[in-house]
Design a protein around this ligand. Structure first.
Ligand code: ATP
Ligand code: MG
Length: 425
């Protein structure tokens, strides 16, 4: 019997880790720079939280959740995203009682039962950023800037920022009526999926990827023409900040969220050169969500960014992350008599905070040197019975293959660079 990673999942092998380490390190750096605090929420939650918090007419809840009864018979779901869990934590721990707003970020896996393709997986990793407790458009800008700064910090260039407003429960119903009647007159030309969605969640028709629906979407009524004064003012203020910072962005009337608790700002970031799954980031305001899941009425905004798509973008732009450093020292030994001393020396150096490894396996000196070469260590130490008797060790500087015998008492200082490598003249 041969096992494989489940469909839509993947292994991150050691040679890929430099990318992951880099993205995660830059995320911590940028989030701290903006004063965001890390939060961890469970990988699974009660199913009802996502049904309410993500919305039962969304793709995620309709067909993408990993839902299972646990052994006690309760329905649990692997998190398809972070926002609902973070809002649940906010309400559960009474965080509204602390100075507001609260700025959070999280990094971890999310799960969606999707058709796997490049940049689309069933287990994938997200960077999630949320600000809870502020309605100020300057916060919308700040959240967008965190995304911006992240990608810039990672060296990514060719990105396109798309923004829109999705209105609020005051102005959206009027828009929805117009949209429905617009589509009702054209029902014959809609794709099957859109026909089905028209009544359940008409906003999602604007998101249809089907070629035949594109001209209809282009000519559809636009929500920006229907915003109430409050939403209109909010969007104008956000745009004025974006304009003042000379940040390039595009107003995209197709960006929408079809649920009452998603309000005002929505945005996405698209990458070039990574194929059809080109959204590296999706976000927006959800002023009604926390109340919806049983907390106090609290405005909030956030985004999530898929790490796999970030890394795909880095690769397509030829960005190489800083290399991860391996051990600096390899210990080699001549014959079984020297092995015990080599074991002890290896451990002693690690105790001195010097990364050290050895090949073991009682291999020839040649094989041991080859291993050190392959690992790219700075030094190889060679122990034979002569060295052990004399209290010395032979040290080989790999860069120039210069080899010297030094006293064991000087060894650590030489490796640390506190004493010079003894070059005989
Ligand atoms: P898409 O339209 O690509 O399905 P989405 O609107 O479902 O994206 P969000 O729920 O906004 O995505 O999630 C935020 C980000 O998470 C996306 O922009 C993307 O980078 C990433 N993401 C979402 N689903 C997946 C997936 N199945 N595999 C990998 N990354 C994903
Ligand atoms: Mg999706």
């Amino acid at each position: 019997m041969k096992f494989q990673a489940p469909k839509g999942t993947y292994d991150i092998l050691p040679e890929e880790q430099a990318y992951w380490r880099h993205v995660v390190a830059r995320t911590h750096h940028v989030c701290q720079l903006y004063g965001y605090e890390q939060i961890e929420v469970p990988v699974f939650e009660e199913t009802a939280l996502f049904e309410r918090g993500v919305g039962d007419t969304t793709d995620i809840v309709e067909k993408e959740m990993y839902t299972f009864p646990d052994r006690g018979g309760d329905s649990m779901t692997l998190r398809p995203e972070f926002t609902a869990g973070i809002c649940r934590a906010y309400a559960e721990h009474g965080l509204h009682g602390r100075p507001q707003p609260m700025r959070f970020y999280a990094i971890g896996p999310a799960f969606r039962y999707e058709r796997p393709q490049a940049g689309r997986f069933r287990q994938f990793f997200q960077i999630d950023v949320e600000v809870v407790g502020s309605q100020d458009p300057a916060i919308d800008l700040e959240v967008m800037l965190v995304a911006w700064h992240l990608y810039e910090d990672m060296g990514i260039r060719g990105l396109s920022f798309q923004v829109n407003s999705t209105g609020c429960p005051v102005c959206r119903p009027g828009y929805l009526d117009r949209l429905k009647s617009y589509y009702a007159d054209r029902v014959d030309t809609l794709c099957e999926e859109c026909r089905r969605r028209l009544h359940r969640n008409p906003l999602r028709l604007l998101d249809c990827k089907n070629e035949s629906c594109q001209p209809l979407i282009e000519a559809a009524p636009r929500i920006l023409d229907f915003l109430c004064p409050e939403c209109d003012g909010h969007f104008a203020e956000l745009r004025s900040y974006l304009d003042a910072l000379a940040r390039p962005y595009r107003v995209n009337h197709r960006l929408v969220r079809g649920l009452d608790y998603y309000t005002k700002t929505v945005f996405e970031v698209w990458a070039q050169g990574i194929g059809a799954q080109n959204a590296v980031c999706g976000g927006g305001r959800y002023d009604g969500l926390i109340e919806m899941i049983g907390g106090p009425s609290t405005p909030a905004i956030g985004f999530a960014s898929g790490i796999e798509r970030i890394i795909l973008t880095m690769k397509s732009e030829g960005i190489t992350p800083p290399a991860l450093s391996g051990p600096r020292v390899c210990v080699a030994y001549l014959g079984r008599e020297a092995k015990a001393a080599a074991v002890a020396l290896t451990q002693e150096l690690r105790g001195q905070n010097i990364g050290t490894t050895a090949l073991w396996e009682n291999r020839s000196l040649k094989a041991q040197m080859k291993n050190a070469d392959r690992l790219g260590t700075d030094f190889t130490l060679i122990l034979g019975t002569d060295e052990i008797a004399a209290g010395t060790v032979t040290i080989r500087r790999m860069a120039d293959s210069v080899q010297q015998t030094v006293s064991r008492t000087d060894l650590v200082e030489i490796l640390n660079g506190r004493k010079e490598f003894p070059c005989s003249s």
